[in-house]
Design a protein around this ligand. Structure first.
Ligand SMILES: C[S@@+](CC[C@H](N)C(=O)[O-])C[C@H]1O[C@@H](n2cnc3c(N)ncnc32)[C@H](O)[C@@H]1O
Length: 318
């Protein structure tokens, strides 16, 4: 499923992680709307044990949520997946800094930015007692069989802060959604950028470049559904990160293609930086029309998820 722009994307993400830009920009909190839903999923399970997959985990922002669950008596088994070893190295550094103890697993293999096909591996495993975190170094293009082979089913799958939007192929995004749907016992949650509200300057810029240059490298629909955003490279320059933008119709189309036709979709701000403990006071009311991000919630067990944040359309509709 590779394409010509893979090398370009991979080099830029590597720079992004190495420069620590993600931690600086998105560090220090989680999305309270998402925490609200994830805690409802957790409460709906019949067990005190809970397993999560954080797909495209970055430096491990949502490990704070696992710790919050751990403090409330859950035994949490958390898999933090990212194709970039630089992201996982940051995760690992943060765990060590928080006094987690390593209890096994393979070392992170710094020889590969992203793993060659069928080579994903479960890396080091850390625990603080209630929370066990496995760092999973995956492939740039999803490999559901390998992921399933390595980690099996999960109670909850997370795909936060637009991670799915970093995947440039429609078929691959659909495959990832289908994988989450199949492997998640309680439910899944995804945050995706809303093109009607967010990244307007970039949309205009890439439409204009496409018009004047006849196209933009690596973007199928420049400025329409595909953009790059700039981030500092740590050396005084910038690097370009690919992002796929959704509107309600294209989101609906992908969900339906993945066989997901009963998701709740609400408005949210995925970049909210609220300490997990303060989530209850910070859950926001936002309409789908005014929110920079969509939050897709799929409950697998007929749980009546309360999403206390404005418009919830569904099931079956967006
Ligand atoms: C904006 S960050 C979000 C990180 C994290 N989910 C959070 O909430 O802080 C996007 C993440 O997607 C990862 N990523 C980039 N391309 C990917 C791909 N093809 N498959 C899976 N993850 C990818 C990046 O390495 C990065 O960690």
């Amino acid at each position: 499923m590779g394409n010509d722009s893979d090398g370009f994307h991979i080099d830029n993400y590597k720079g992004y992680h190495t420069a620590g830009a993600m931690t600086r920009i998105y560090g220090g909190g989680v999305n309270p709307d998402a925490v609200n839903v994830i805690l409802q999923f957790a409460a709906s399970g019949e067990s005190e044990e809970i397993s999560l997959l954080d797909y495209g985990c970055g430096y491990g922002r949502y490990i704070a949520l696992a710790e919050y669950l751990g403090e409330r008596g859950f035994k949490v088994n958390y898999v933090a997946y990212d194709p970039f070893v630089q992201a996982l190295q940051q995760c690992e550094g943060n765990l060590v800094g928080k006094n987690y103890t390593r209890i096994g697993g393979a070392d992170l293999n710094a020889d590969f930015d992203v793993m060659p096909k069928d080579m994903s591996y479960a890396g080091p495993i850390y625990t603080n007692g209630n929370v066990t975190v496995t760092l999973l170094h995956g492939e740039f293009h999803v490999n559901p069989d390998r992921i399933r082979q390595l980690i099996g089913e999960r109670d909850i799958s997370l795909c936060m802060l637009g991670t799915l939007s970093h995947v440039s192929e429609f078929d691959e995004r659909v495959e990832i959604m289908r994988m989450f749907d199949k492997m998640s016992r309680l439910g899944l949650i995804m945050e995706l950028p809303n093109k009607d509200i967010a990244w307007k300057d970039e949309q205009a810029k890439y439409q204009e470049l496409a018009r004047t240059q006849g196209g933009v490298f690596g973007l199928k629909n420049p400025g329409i559904s595909d953009i790059y955003y700039s981030r500092p490279n740590g050396h005084g320059g910038e690097l370009q990160i690919y992002l796929h933008l959704y509107d309600k119709d294209t989101l609906n189309q992908e969900l339906n293609s993945a066989g997901i036709n009963n998701a709740l979709v609400t408005g949210t701000t995925a970049t909210a930086k609220v300490p997990v403990r303060d989530f209850a006071a910070s859950v926001r009311r936002q309409s789908l029309e005014q929110s920079p991000d969509f939050m897709v919630v799929l409950a697998k067990k007929n749980i009546d998820i309360q999403v206390d944040i404005g418009v919830v359309l569904g099931p079956g509709r967006i």
